[in-house]
Design a protein around this ligand. Structure first.
Ligand code: TZP
Ligand code: IFP
Length: 216
């Protein structure tokens, strides 16, 4: 299996749902299935924060979520936990700047999808040079879903990266919702990623459909 090509990666990034068990009140598999029915293009299992599952219960939940993604033919990405990603044969991993060194992770995961968080032009260039298939850039708006975020960079920052010649797949993250999603699209991102706009929606399927409107 070869590395994913850039155009295919950009298509997968359109509406990127990210969640773990602590992001939903009910059953995450139920919310994921509703999000899939609404048309998400990729899912990331991000089990972090207090109350996060560990050990067997984390693996069992991850398998259940992976099966839903496989049935829907959308990529199943694991955040941070490289060993879990390999144990499940996930489609890829997402790592932050502070996680293991990007080159080490690329060696471990082979040609699987590798996403890396980037907050500056230098971080973006370094991540791509080290083998990242896409960049997660943000927070583009204030967010309450992650405690230790870097400063808000705004939706125009991605456009600045484009002007600096970064035409690799980029997904925006942080505080994105149906009201501000179009700003992200105009800011030249290839996709928008969300936790709460879907996980906390009354109707996750409807929320996804409205987020997809931003691309029309
Ligand atoms: C994981 C992460 N990284 C930067 S902001 C963020 C949280 C995004 O959550 P939300 O979409 O609810 O603002
Ligand atoms: C911290 C993160 C930043 N960006 C992304 C993604 F949207 F997938 F690129 N995922 C994360 N977990």
């Amino acid at each position: 299996m070869a590395r994913i090509n850039s155009d295919k990666m950009k298509d997968f990034l359109k509406v990127y749902f990210i969640a773990g068990s602590t992001n939903v009140h009910g059953s995450l598999p139920t919310v994921l299935q509703q999000a899939i029915e609404g048309g998400i293009s990729i899912f990331q299992f991000r089990e972090k924060g207090n109350g996060a599952l560990t050990g067997e219960s984390k693996i069992t939940l991850a398998r259940e979520l992976q099966q839903l993604c496989q049935k829907a033919s959308i990529p199943f990405i694991v955040n941070d936990d490289i060993d879990l990603a390999i144990e499940l044969d996930a489609d890829g991993v997402h790592i932050g700047q502070e996680d293991d060194n990007i080159i080490e992770v690329r060696k471990k995961i082979g040609d699987r999808i590798l996403g890396v968080s980037a907050h500056t032009l230098d971080e973006a260039k370094a991540a791509l040079a080290s083998g990242a298939d896409y960049l997660g850039v943000g927070p583009v708006f204030p967010t309450s879903s992650k405690a230790d975020t870097r400063e808000v960079c705004g939706p125009h920052f991605i456009e600045e990266l484009r002007h600096e010649g970064i035409d690799a797949p980029i997904v925006a993250i942080g505080g994105i919702n149906v009201e501000n999603a179009t700003q992200v699209v105009h800011g030249k991102a290839d996709g928008l990623s969300v936790i709460s706009a879907i996980s906390s929606a009354n109707d996750p399927s409807d929320a996804v459909k409205m987020l997809n409107e931003a691309w029309k």
